[in-house]
Ligand binder design. Structure first.
Ligand code: HEC
Length: 186
């Protein structure tokens, strides 16, 4: 009994330490995501203001990969976006990412909210150990013009032209639009 009580306290301490001070790799991943998301959202919002969604499609199309590339070229960390219903075929998940995205979907159905869902793991790969972090991307109001169920005809026409295999439509506010993916070789 006594031993179990000590064990329970030890677990309690380690969980609260985790909550106040996350793993440095998780923190590094979250910072990279913040930089990527912040830059992209800023450019998206100004393009939407300047010329509406048809104009802003160009920002997502050209700037999203460029911003990711700029962050990736700075260090050993690699950042990208993936989705179960991807627009760009290059953003289709691999098997590991797909399993995590499916787990995120089941967490939503159990009552968690998209802005709080993430997952971290260290995996063994052919090239050695790799830290991996995924963070769900919630669908907000501003996203619906290009990812919602009621997209205007001019936006549709431009999306059809750029992305003939587009699967990223029909989302509702609060849905998981996809996830940021960060990998850091160890
Ligand atoms: C103006 C239209 C537009 C708006 C508004 C928009 N997106 Fe996108 N989104 C796109 C385009 C175009 C792509 C494909 C980008 C590419 O080619 O890499 C994309 C791709 C994505 C991807 C990468 C996965 C995929 O499907 O290829 C995610 C995640 C994403 N958008 C999330 C969002 C979120 C979250 C919002 C709202 C904050 C949002 N988008 C608003 C047009 C838009």
């Amino acid at each position: 009994m006594k031993y179990q009580a000590i064990l329970a306290t030890a677990i309690l301490i380690s969980t609260s330490a985790w909550a106040t001070q996350p793993d440095p790799l998780v923190m590094e991943s979250r910072m990279a995501i913040k930089a990527f998301a912040g830059e992209l959202k800023g450019e998206l919002q100004s393009a939407m203001k300047a010329g509406g969604p048809v104009n802003a499609i160009g920002v997502c199309h050209t700037r999203a990969p460029e911003i990711a590339e700029a962050i990736n070229s700075k260090g050993k960390l690699n950042i990208s976006r993936v989705s179960l219903k991807n627009r760009n075929t290059g953003n289709a998940p691999d098997a590991w990412q797909k399993a995590v995205l499916e787990e995120f979907e089941s967490r939503i159905t159990k009552g968690e909210t998209a802005d709080k869902i993430d997952h971290a793991a260290t995996v063994n790969t052919a090239n050695g150990k790799e830290f991996r972090y995924m963070k769900a991307i919630p669908t907000g109001d501003i996203c619906l013009a290009c990812h919602g169920g009621n997209i205007s005809d001019d936006v549709k026409a431009k999306l059809d032209k750029l992305y003939p295999d587009d699967k990223a439509r029909g989302f509702n506010k609060g849905d998981i639009r996809g996830a940021f993916y960060v990998s850091i070789p160890q």
